[in-house]
Design a protein around this ligand. Structure first.
Ligand SMILES: NC(=O)c1ccc[n+]([C@@H]2O[C@H](COP(=O)([O-])OP(=O)(O)OC[C@H]3O[C@@H](n4cnc5c(N)ncnc54)[C@H](O)[C@@H]3O)[C@@H](O)[C@H]2O)c1
Ligand SMILES: [Zn+2]
Length: 385
């Protein structure tokens, strides 16, 4: 068997109330001055106060940077890094969804570094850790708290790009379900389906290994089993805690194996039409898996067995089909808008989509079934109906 590996954050805390552990981290790191990253939406929820109360209690200096919009462009990150560099900090704490965490992770490698984000877009290998980081996710999807990736929009290409380097794997993670208690239902749905896409894509990825499979399978059990509950009942804290853990497992799986064609084809939808990351994945998810079915039937069937042991007697094909039907059903019951026309996408945009989607080779190479330009076109055609 080929050599394989996994890299994960060195220390993680989970459970309601685990935000308190930030004091332990600060003591362990002997941090004196914290760079706190968040965004205006999160600040408005009052969640930031849960963190700053702890920082006040720990007696550390801190500065809050919330000048970030959702799904930032690399130029937004450039601006926030410059703001951060004006403050002498020794630990980064990110409180937010994937957008905030990605900006914070990039700051952790760009802070007073001899290279810029533009350099990293050209050559991500030069990224080195300049400061340790703590991630506190407030959505239940991206798994960015665990991954070695940061995704930024590239406005001039009307697409998005991942900067990938192991030095961006965060040092600490705090999964406190309080952070997603009041998360709007639509964001629970979109980010939850994003997490679901991570685990299914990673499990069916060409680069999957026994280590990534372990995380992807555990994540799939948690997310398939809890996403409907977490969506329907905002106060179901048990379901929400499991969603956070499942999303984290998805992030670990991404770092070990990588996502595939769902994420690849969704980037142009985010980059040009600003469709939220989880929504664009949800639109494509079942269609791409149907296309992939002939190449990953066995993997999809194994995931079905994990998710629903009740179907053990069914054939491999039936089990694989069951998983794809479950995905489509989850997208339906969580009321994620899937009508691309509503987002301003037109049939005449097909050429752009096919071209931009086919350029996402970093992820397309992971897809078990190779996609020709005609295949890519026919998948986009399905969702443009
Ligand atoms: N680095 C990775 O491995 C990775 C993986 C997947 C996606 N991503 C990236 O992450 C970004 C998407 O992140 P996301 O889906 O977590 O959403 P997000 O961070 O963009 O947040 C979406 C919105 O939700 C609000 N919000 C966040 N938490 C909230 C809360 N608890 N209560 C109320 N509002 C809240 C934010 O203010 C924002 O307006 C995209 O840019 C995507 O490309 C990164
Ligand atoms: Zn994703």
């Amino acid at each position: 068997m080929a050599v394989y590996q996994i890299k994960i954050p060195s220390c993680m805390y989970a459970g309601e109330g685990s935000i308190e552990k930030i004091c332990e981290i600060i003591a362990r790191e002997q941090a004196k001055s914290i760079l706190v990253f968040t965004d205006p939406g999160i600040r408005a929820t009052g969640l930031l106060k849960l963190l700053t109360e702890q920082l006040d209690a720990a007696g550390v200096a801190y500065r809050v940077f919330d000048d970030l919009k959702a799904e930032p462009a690399y130029t937004d990150v450039e601006r926030v890094v410059a703001q951060a560099e004006a403050f002498a900090g020794d630990l980064i704490v990110a409180l937010g969804g994937g957008s905030v965490m990605d900006a914070a992770k990039l700051t952790a490698v760009l802070y007073h570094a001899p290279y810029t984000i533009r350099d990293l877009l050209e050559n991500p290998a030069q990224a080195c850790r300049q400061m340790k980081s703590v991630m506190i996710p407030t959505t239940c999807g991206t798994g960015a708290e665990a991954t070695c990736n940061a995704i930024v929009a590239i406005p001039e290409e009307q697409s998005k790009k991942g900067i990938v380097n192991d030095n961006m794997i965060p040092d600490y993670v705090i999964l406190d379900a309080q952070m997603i208690r009041r998360l709007p239902k639509a964001i629970v749905a979109a980010t939850g389906v994003d997490a679901l896409a991570h685990v299914v894509e990673c499990f069916t990825s060409k680069k999957a290994t026994p280590l990534s499979d372990t995380y992807a399978k555990a994540g799939a059990e948690l997310i398939f089993g809890n996403i409907r509950r977490a969506y329907e009942d905002p106060d179901d804290m048990e379901a929400k805690s499991w969603m956070l853990l499942g999303a984290y497992y998805g992030g670990v799986a991404i770092t070990a194996s990588g996502t595939t064609a769902v994420h690849a084809l969704s980037y142009p939808l985010g980059g040009r039409y600003h469709i939220a990351h989880g929504v664009s994945n949800a639109i494509l998810f079942a269609h791409v898996m149907e296309f992939n079915m002939e190449a990953c039937q066995e993997q999809l069937a194994r995931l079905s067995d994990a998710v629903n042991p009740g179907i053990a007697r069914k054939s491999t094909q039936e089990k694989a089909k069951y998983l794809i039907d479950e995905i489509a059903d989850i997208v339906r019951v969580t009321e994620i808008p899937t009508d691309l026309v509503r987002f301003g996408v037109k049939r005449e945009d097909l050429d752009f989509l096919v071209d931009a989607g086919s350029r996402q080779t970093r992820l397309l190479v992971n897809n078990r079934r190779e996609l020709s330009l005609t295949d890519i076109r026919s998948i986009y055609e399905k969702v443009l109906r």
